[in-house]
Design a protein around this ligand. Structure first.
Ligand SMILES: C[S@@+](CC[C@H](N)C(=O)[O-])C[C@H]1O[C@@H](n2cnc3c(N)ncnc32)[C@H](O)[C@@H]1O
Length: 256
């Protein structure tokens, strides 16, 4: 399913914060080969270039619109098209960095093991994924899908991403290959202007498959119904804004 870089970048600062928090925990002073996996519009790649230099960093994504935006943003950086579920890392990579992408690949834990096996000692795999399927934003996508005149289109569909494995599973699966595995959660609390802003946020990511399933003819009504539910689920703060709670899972693994 196609992404929209423009929609994704509406909340660029908030979306780049976890990218920066992940990078802060990467235990490398220098690196000659760094690959930004699922680089999107290049916002995470830019952080990597700032830290490791333009010659060290390249980006990879499967979406044409995202790659176009990334190339326009960082014209001196190499960006390649590839599907991560079919991709193998080069043996000389120092850092594989995957911010907000592996949640879309159900079997990503096996992929992370494969990638680590291909790396040399000391190389790092750094991953961050939204862990928000239990949040109202995502529960209400399901509810809305089941409730309107579009409901037949959602019956038996599997639009929901697979839930992330528990932190212990990452530790158990990666530790035999690693000298160090760090797994943690951070819960961000983003003040959003109103309910509509929360809807705009998820339109850039998790809501896309639901809108596609509802179809163009139902899009406006689906959004109105979903927005009304979000409005009730996220009550106004004293100043009228809404607080978007957003849990994220982080993994930093160093190859033994
Ligand atoms: C939420 S964006 C993350 C962008 C950026 N890394 C950031 O930190 O904001 C997810 C990106 O992963 C890409 N993506 C999703 N599945 C992919 C796959 N199987 N292979 C390569 N890229 C994929 C999408 O095209 C999208 O650009």
């Amino acid at each position: 399913m196609a992404w929209s870089a423009e929609q994704y970048l509406k909340f660029e600062n908030e979306r780049t914060r976890p990218a920066s928090d992940l990078l802060a925990q990467v235990p490398l002073g220098t690196a000659a080969r760094v690959i930004d996996l699922g680089c999107g519009p290049g916002n995470s790649t830019e952080l990597l270039v700032e830290r490791f230099g333009v010659d060290a960093v390249s980006g990879l994504d499967s979406d044409r619109d995202m790659l176009d935006k990334a190339r326009a943003r960082l014209p001196h950086t190499r960006f390649d098209a590839a599907d991560l579920s079919q991709w193998q890392p080069p043996a000389d990579a120092d850092l594989l960095y995957a911010n907000a992408v592996l949640q879309w690949i159900p079997d990503h834990l096996a992929l992370m093991q494969q990638w680590l096996q291909a790396l040399r000692p000391g190389a790092v795999l750094a991953v961050q994924m939204p862990d928000n399927l239990g949040e109202p934003t995502h529960l209400l996508m399901e509810e809305t899908g089941a409730a309107g005149p579009w409901a037949a289109r959602f019956e038996g569909s599997r639009l929901r991403r697979a839930p992330l494995p528990q932190p212990a599973r990452y530790l158990e699966a990666l530790s035999p290959l690693c000298s160090r595995v760090d797994v943690w959660h951070t819960i961000y609390n983003h003040p959003m202007a109103d309910a509509q802003a929360i809807v705009e946020w998820v339109r850039g990511t998790g809501l896309r498959p639901y809108l596609a399933a509802a179809g163009m003819e139902h899009e406006a009504a689906f959004l109105a119904d979903y927005t009304a539910r979000i409005d009730r689920a996220y009550p106004p703060l004293a100043d009228g804004r809404r607080l978007l709670r957003f849990p994220r899972l982080f993994v930093v693994a160093v190859r033994a």
